[in-house]
Design a protein around this ligand. Sequence first.
Ligand code: COA
Length: 256
Amino acid sequence: MEAKLTWVEVLDNVGWLKINREGKLNALNRDLIDEIHDHLADFQSDPNVRVIILTGSGDKAFVAGADITEFSRFGPQEAAALVQYGNQVLFDFIAQLTKPVIAALNGFALGGGLELAMACHIRIAAEHAKMGLPEVSLGIIPGYGGTQRLPSLIGKGNAMEMILTGDMIDAKKALEIGLVNQVVPAKHLMEAALTMAERMMKNAPHSLKNAIKALHAADGSPKGFIEEALLFSDCFGTADFEEGMGAFLEKRKPKF
Ligand code: COA
């Protein structure tokens, strides 16, 4: 295992996680996947962490994909085990975290890198960032949720185009089609991620948790509406509810 593949810090209720494999454009190998998982699990259980910001080291890449050298000789069974593991410990794990996760895209987000960004709840890109799912150019297809999460963010037609061409798009185009929430000059990327985190942190943690869960249930089916109603009523009577309602009635700002 390489020495330190990530850098982490908790500062003012924000859990910062930087992927630290710049020489390989932060490509996700197995050790890195495990390391990111462990830090995120710590953030999830740390009551001091309210929002998580995930980024890559350097100014070239967020993550340039899954580490191609690890699976270039795999057969179908090994490939199945790889994606099952990766989805369980990283991609689905992030999506299911109940604290908001913001991806700050400091450069290329390709293949598994874009899938990682899409598993996060929010994406903010530096102006020079480029995104794509180039798997078809390697003789495979996205395996870490790309074919599922991309259409739900940008619509099936745009997703078909991106996945079938394998072409990269720039940050401006990504904003236009809804793949990222915001685009900022590179030098303001961390500041923009922090501002987004602060806008969320003024709100009730229990509500953020239930809102994330309800949004995940949004597939347009009646099931989603039922789930929303359950999560809505689950907020009532909590300490966050008492504080939020009390603050409004007492004409003061809530302290969550
Ligand atoms: N897996 C493993 N290693 C990777 C990688 C990946 N996904 N992406 C980049 N690297 C490595 C390169 O092999 C190179 O290592 P080396 O210096 O030991 O040879 C290093 O990172 C720098 O990349 P390099 O290709 O030299 O940089 P570049 O500026 O010429 O090109 C990219 C940048 C992003 C266009 C190019 O690296 C690339 O196409 N990467 C693969 C993207 C991809 O297909 N991702 C999907 C994987 S499923």
